[in-house]
Design a binder for this molecule. Structure first.
Ligand code: NAD
Length: 482
């Protein structure tokens, strides 16, 4: 059972061995053609228990391993990912559909988490001090949380896995990982590189499955699982938070977004267009940080729409293998959802001002589209589009614009392009979002704390904070007679 890509195993990976799943196999499709690229083992809850058995058995030795030892495995994985960058990028494009340039950038970004946490793994933090009343000494230390369940989405098949695996392993946790069933191949390829880097058996276990709900529920009910780190929709995150409550499982949640992109009247419009193209069309708009709604000052709205729209019309859309700028969406259903949002926006008064061309047949394509005159309460502004559509809303009063920007339950990313940095910072600080790109369309950085406010999530990934999500604090209150 190997996939079309020679280097990728399509079985489950449990206790250091590749083995078939109990529920047969399922297909992984190429969104650019709709054709099957691989068949992957379908794991059951029983396979899930076997994965936890392996992770629990490996935990004591891994937790006790020297930080330097853990660090070096992570560092070697970083180097191996860069060695195989092109092959990994092609695999991401094959199962996810994203443009090769985006896939290559994802591999580099994903690999950086191994480098960053290889460095963090050896910087163990602690504290020592006297209690205020004297005599007693307080020593603060940290322990790995324990076996961690990691659940990842399809939109960044490499990075969403490495952003969890690297800090979990640096902290001394062992893991059970369930990648999205749409894109399991890249995760399996990364794990194979971790094995090459010296990963001990049982430290990382991967269960691919079509039965996400039952598998993850079984993990959350298992007393040996002490942590869940989830990236995906707010809807599923809420379900998992409820389940985690039963056993008070430690949770990290990276959930949905609805990023505003604000352009002021004094903004450099060339810069605004450049940032908007990145924030909107990276991965075809299927990023949790994707700009979802553009608030353009009325004084520059026509000029910006014209320049941005002209650039959007020039985007080449098609299979990644042909070197296009934008690929297909992940599924037929995704195309239908985006189409429906655009139709409803047009029915409520918006106009399609610019559009790119898409291949006529095959693949799950939706044309990159600019919508102008969008009412500020339109569904397309209120909901995560997850597709290549840019709705433009105009504003004149800053306070009113900020009210609209913050009038959502989501608070992941935001973007502000302004001519004056002081003003950009004032606007940025007034936005309830975990990450704000100022005069740029990208916020992801392994050394920075990635995460959202409000219903966009709990906790942070990357930075020092990403490691702390996998650590428990323990202190010793020490008294000794003198
Ligand atoms: P999703 O919530 O449908 O799926 C995410 C993962 O959860 C997948 O592995 C899926 O198989 C699994 N899953 C689905 N139902 C489940 C259930 N009942 N119990 C347990 N697991 C279940 O999300 P998606 O469609 O794969 O990804 C898109 C969403 O992810 C968007 O909302 C996007 O904003 C969000 N996202 C957030 C971040 C972030 O860092 N905040 C990053 C990427 C994507």
């Amino acid at each position: 059972m190997t996939s079309g890509h020679d280097s990728v195993r399509s079985d489950l990976f449990i206790g250091g061995a590749w083995r078939p799943g109990g529920a047969g196999e399922f297909d992984v499709l190429d969104p650019a053609t709709g054709e099957v690229v691989a068949r992957v083992s379908d794991g059951t809850e029983t396979d899930g228990v076997a994965a936890v058995d392996a992770a629990a058995a490996a935990f004591p030795a891994w937790a006790a391993a020297a930080p330097r030892e853990r660090s070096e495995i992570l560092r070697r994985t970083f180097e191996l990912m860069l060695r195989d960058r092109e092959e990994l990028a092609r695999l991401i494009s094959a199962e996810n559909g994203k443009a090769l340039a985006d896939a290559r950038a994802e591999v580099t970004y994903a690999a950086e988490f191994f480098r960053w946490f290889a460095e963090e793994a050896v910087r163990t933090a602690g504290d020592y001090g006297s209690s205020p009343s004297g005599g007693t000494r307080t020593v603060v230390s940290h322990k790995p949380v324990g076996v961690a369940a990691l659940v990842t989405p399809w939109n960044f098949p490499a990075a969403m896995a490495t952003r969890k695996l690297a800090p979990a392993l640096a902290a001394g946790c062992t893991t059970v990982l369930k990648p999205a069933s749409e894109t399991p191949l890249t995760t399996l390829a990364v794990v194979r590189l971790m094995v090459e880097a010296g990963l001990p058996d049982g430290v990382v276990n991967v269960v691919t499955t079509k039965r996400s709900g039952p598998l993850v529920s079984a993990w959350l009910a298992d007393p040996r699982v002490r942590k869940i780190s989830f990236t995906g929709s707010t809807e599923v995150g809420r379900v998992l938070l409820r389940q985690a409550a039963d056993r008070v499982v430690n949770t990290s949640m990276e959930l949905g977004g609805n990023a505003p992109f604000v352009i002021t009247e004094d903004a450099d419009l060339d810069l605004a267009v450049e940032a908007a193209l990145v924030a909107k069309f990276r991965g075809g708009g299927q990023a949790c940080t994707a700009a979802n709604r553009f608030y353009v000052h009325a004084d520059v709205a026509v000029d910006f729409a014209d320049r941005f729209g002209t650039a959007v019309e020039k985007l080449s859309v098609g299979p990644a293998s042909e070197g296009n700028d934008v690929g297909p969406l992940i599924s037929v259903r995704a195309v239908e959802e985006v189409r429906s949002l655009v139709e409803r926006a047009v029915a409520s008064g918006a106009t399609i001002s610019h559009r790119a061309a898409v291949p006529e047949d095959g693949g799950f394509y939706y044309p990159p589209t600019v919508l102008i005159g969008v009412p500020d309460d339109a569904d397309i502004v209120q909901n995560e589009i997850f597709g290549p559509v840019a709705p433009l809303v105009t504003w004149t009063d800053e306070a009113e614009m900020l009210r609209l920007v913050n009038g959502t339950e989501m608070g992941l990313a935001a973007y502000v392009v302004a001519g004056d940095l002081g003003r950009a910072l004032r606007i940025s600080e007034a936005i309830d979002a975990g990450m704000v790109g100022v005069n740029r369309g990208l916020v992801s950085d392994p050394s920075a704390p990635f995460g959202g406010m409000k219903q966009s999530g709990l906790g942070r990934e990357g930075a020092r904070a990403g490691l702390e999500e996998f650590l428990e604090t323990q202190y010793f209150s020490i008294h000794w007679p003198r």
